[in-house]
Design a protein around this ligand. Sequence first.
Ligand code: EPU
Length: 328
Amino acid sequence: MLIEEQVPLGPLTTFRIGGPARYFARVRTVEELQQSLDYARDQNLATLILGGGSNVLISDAGFDGLVIKIEIAGKAGDGDTLIAGAGENWDALVERAVADGLWGIENLSGIPGTVGAAPVQNIGAYGSEVKDTLAWVDAFDTHSGTMTRLSNAECAFGYRTSRFKKEPGRFVIVRAAFALSKNGEPNASYKDLADCGKLNITQIRERVLDVRSRKFPDLSVEGTAGSFFLNPVVSAQKAAELLAEYPDLPQFKAENGVKVSLAWLLDHALEVKGLSVGGARLFERQPLVISASRTARSRDVIELAQKVADLVQDKLKIKIEPEVKIIN
Ligand code: EPU
């Protein structure tokens, strides 16, 4: 396994900005993963596990440790279950499921990133989340130095979170299995797909890709990591106060309170669409999304995010948190 030095990380992320990795390794097997982790331990280096780089912002200074890029490949079907290596492209797996007529992840079409990253933040869109179909993951447990299989329950999923976020650094996902169904039906619960109840699985995928292409920046033109912030979960009382002031504010039931639409608040309560710092701006068609020009610095994105968080705190008294992982 080759350890490279000073590898630019921007091109390996969808934001396309940020500095280099001090050390960098591509791993294609569990053995190589183990070797790279051993190297980091022996050299006393911090590690960063990188998948498709679609949910990270690399700081301008880069990462002063070992970046381990997961390129573990392989896709297999087992009845209605699809199993894929952590390095496989997420959307290619969705495409295969749809081609095989296997329902369950079609609403997650078009999400950039890898299979191994999908469970980490429990990716979700249009009323579906990875936790709805994930059967198990095989992961390398850095505590025991062995491979382990974690069930769905053991992954402790929540809104854009999981055990992998709650115990950072412990597990590295190597492959994941999704329990799908030949006899599924459209999940048309989300507003944007409300008229999709009668469509077939291929049509659902096309619809989702179409909706996404209108809501997200074109990655061939500018960078982004999708939603930069989580939608805040507030108390029932706070949600009622917000609703009294903003009757059209979309609200959703959440595990521990009420999830309110930050995109709506940024658009209608704060009117900050298009707000920019340097080459970073709140995307006009979806203000939860920060987009970055090719010449932006990561500092622009971080300053813009801080500005937005301050505005939300001052006007709405809500503390918002980034959804994107910022790498220093
Ligand atoms: N809205 C506006 N103005 C806008 C855009 C949206 O007022 O310009 C309002 C609308 O009322 C809309 C509501 O905001 O109904 C919600 O917007 P959207 O449907 O785009 O969803 P979101 O809550 O902003 C979440 C996820 C996205 C996911 C979409 C669709 C998070 C942090 N984000 O965004 O996920 O694609 O739902 O299901 O939960 C991501 O995590 O990176 C991501 C892109």
